[in-house]
Design a protein around this ligand. Structure first.
Ligand SMILES: [Zn+2]
Length: 205
């Protein structure tokens, strides 16, 4: 079908337009029915919506590439009391990832910050925040987060490459060179081209 708002062609029955984010159809939550089963006079609420179900719906929508829909479900989870700080952190992180997917990096950063506030040891969220800060042109902020990963023994080879890019962007070429070399030494060979380029750059200086 064609989105009435932005004229993008989207799959039939999509709940949100993947392009502009307008809601076109009722979501799983709008359609949620709390089924009350009467067993010998007992009312059993068999199908109660919970934050856990919201999360499952969000993960499913995300897997299908329906990021606006996923945002609705993850957001809905917070209408319920979630006691486990790690779960709160994970759901905020999911929201941050969804906003990153639709390139709303400011909102992405807000939710990833909340994820890290809820659980300072959510290193996956810290990795995500590094990516978002780089997208926002906040290299120095990204470098601070990379140092948190480093200090906690959570550096992955790819992060050395990201560190190199951040340092290169702020014109710390010699440090960037070292970071690219670390990436390659750790097996992240995608840094090879950047290392080659920066060696040329340093030679010219
Ligand atoms: Zn649209």
């Amino acid at each position: 079908m064609t989105c009435p708002n932005c004229n993008t062609i989207i799959p039939d029955n999509n709940i949100y337009c993947n392009n502009c984010g307008i809601k076109l159809n009722p979501s799983e939550i709008d359609n949620w029915v709390n089924v009350n089963i009467d067993l010998d006079g007992l009312i059993v609420n068999a199908n109660q919506l919970t934050w856990g179900k919201c999360k499952i719906l969000g993960v499913e929508a995300y897997k299908n590439g329906n990021f606006y829909e996923a945002i609705e479900y993850f957001g809905e989870a917070f209408k319920f009391e979630i006691e486990d700080a790690k779960e709160i952190s994970n759901i905020y992180n999911e929201l941050g990832i969804c906003y990153g997917q639709i390139e709303d990096y400011k909102k992405s950063l807000i939710y990833i910050d909340l994820a890290i506030s809820a659980n300072a040891e959510n290193f996956i969220a810290i990795e995500n925040r590094i990516g978002v800060k780089m997208k926002l042109g906040n290299e120095k902020g990204a470098i601070v987060d990379i140092s948190i990963l480093f200090e906690n023994g959570k550096m992955v080879p790819k992060m050395w490459h990201t560190l190199g890019i951040a340092l290169e962007n702020i014109k710390q070429y010699e440090n960037a060179r070292q970071a690219y070399e670390c990436a390659i030494n750790e097996g992240y060979l995608l840094a090879a081209k950047d290392l080659e380029d920066i060696l040329i750059k340093i030679d010219k200086l």
